[in-house]
Design a protein around this ligand. Structure first.
Ligand SMILES: Cc1ncc(COP(=O)(O)O)c(C=O)c1O
Length: 467
């Protein structure tokens, strides 16, 4: 029976053991005992070997997702006779293994700091496949990007054009640059009002971009190669993407020259399912719609279609990852709401906002299942919470799990591959969990977990005390 404390979108499942398709890594299933396995590896084996909390990536799923996006962009662009590039958004999750997988699938990398750039390059990415973003790149970072041979730097503010020109001329090199345009499009609703999104830190207005193109063209060491737009993340509707594309084509019309190669980078932001209520559009269809729209807009203006680029992160890394936690404490909490009384079962796990900040940051919703076993008990409404000292330390805000969920169970939380490890912290002096890949029945450690010693070692007060 539905619990009055449950959000409207969540109904009690017929089977609280079932894995909703589209939410979990492609290879995740229950084995004959009812426990979960992923990549052919039993969750129990992963927990025994690496402990919990543990980030687990289905390697084949991540690679297939990257290849699918690249294939969709290439095919859609080829229909209009232009090239289509995909830059994987490293901020969603990057590590040496991921760099090799993404590079192998033919994608480039969007990097936003010297750190992400360093991982990409050390992981074997071709610098010519990197594009460097960010609203406050330091001179050092720009110099590092140039000396590494990063293909494109995306200028976020007029002051940056001068900064890049100064550094490029000091090392006598030419640097390809794009300009990030703030189209004013509101990311995920019908609300396209320009004013709705003008008041934020990324990019410049279309008018400023047009003026900046002239400045760049007059700069001795900069080559203008295109315009960039990214309207936000976790977007489900096509309308925002199409409206942004319309505005970018208008800007392209203002700045294009017949003799100059030009790329329109339309960013990332394709939404994924975190719960059964999320119904994202198939990404290939979304890309087709955007590319065809750009082509139609260009035709209407009598212009050739530019080369196109996209910059997705979450759609590639998100659903390929799960986090495993051990349940430590369960506690029914009685809640009085008006004249109603209802109970929610709080399920405390051994991680929390230090390994997944998204619920606390954005009120993000997630889905969970008992991973270590199946249960025939009727589902009850639970809130999966972490072990940190914040009441907002929520892992899964609302979910139905079998009523016998108990200490010692292992829980799997879906779609944690993007923006979880990359946003992790040491809050309450906990180490970041390890990250492993599973494929073909074996597991590989991708990133070692931080031990307490690792965390304490940086504290100079403690090491002084030991001298
Ligand atoms: C400039 C830029 N490009 C691409 C992305 C990737 O977005 P997503 O992971 O939602 O595809 C982001 C995310 O914040 C971004 O800021």
């Amino acid at each position: 029976m539905s619990n009055p404390l449950a959000p409207e979108w969540l109904s009690p499942p017929v089977d609280a053991n079932a894995l909703h398709s589209g939410l979990w890594p492609a290879s995740m299933r229950r084995d004959s005992s009812g426990a979960l396995e992923v990549g052919g590896v039993a969750v129990a084996d992963l927990v025994q070997r690496y402990g919990t909390p543990l980030y687990v990536f289905d390697q084949d799923d991540l690679v297939a997702r990257a290849a699918h996006v690249q294939g969709a962009v290439t095919a859609a662009c080829a229909r209009h006779g232009v090239t289509g590039s995909v830059y994987y958004a490293s901020k969603s999750f990057i590590s040496g293994h991921v760099v090799a997988w993404i590079e192998g699938a033919g994608l480039g990398f969007d990097v936003a700091t010297a750190g992400e750039m360093a991982v990409a390059i050390a992981g074997g990415a071709n610098a010519d496949h990197l594009e460097f973003q960010g609203n406050n790149k330091s001179e050092d970072e720009i110099a590092q990007a140039m000396s590494a041979g990063v293909a494109t730097i995306v200028i976020d503010a007029p002051i940056e054009a001068a900064r890049i020109q100064k550094i490029a001329s000091s090392v006598d090199t030419r640097q390809k640059v794009m300009i990030r345009v703030n189209t004013g499009v509101h990311a995920d609703t019908h609300d396209y009002l320009a004013t709705a999104r003008e008041d934020q830190k990324f990019g410049v207005s279309p008018e400023e971009a047009i003026a900046l193109v002239s400045t760049i063209r007059e700069s001795s060491h900069l080559d203008f190669v295109g315009l960039h737009s990214h309207i936000g993340s976790q977007i489900f509707r096509t309308e925002g993407f199409l409206e942004a594309a319309t505005r970018m084509v208008e800007a392209y019309q203002q700045v294009r020259r017949d003799d100059e190669p030009f790329t329109l980078n339309l960013g990332g932001g394709f939404g994924i399912a975190y719960t059964e209520a999320d119904q994202p559009m198939e990404v290939g269809e979304l890309i087709d719609a955007i590319v065809d729209h750009v082509a139609a807009q260009c035709a209407a203006h009598g212009m050739p279609v530019p080369n196109l680029a996209f910059e997705p992160g979450r759609i590639i890394s998100g659903p390929a990852g799960v986090t495993l936690y051990s349940v430590g404490v369960t506690k029914p909490v009685t809640v009085h709401e008006g004249d109603q009384v209802a109970t929610r079962l709080y399920v405390s796990v051994d991680g929390g906002m230090s390994d997944n900040a998204r619920p606390a940051l954005y009120g993000a919703n997630y889905s969970a299942r008992i991973a270590s076993r199946e249960s025939g008990e009727s589902p009850v409404l639970v809130r999966v919470v972490g072990k940190h000292c914040e009441s907002g330390d929520i892992v899964v805000n609302a979910e139905y799990l079998p009523g016998d969920v108990a200490p010692g169970d292992v829980l799997a939380v879906a779609a944690t591959g993007a923006y979880c490890y990359s946003l992790a912290s040491n809050y309450n002096v906990v180490g970041r969990p390890p990250v492993v890949a599973v494929s073909g029945g074996s597991s590989t450690l991708m990133v070692a977990g931080e031990t307490l010693d690792d965390v304490l070692a940086r504290d100079q007060g403690l090491s002084r005390g030991q001298e």
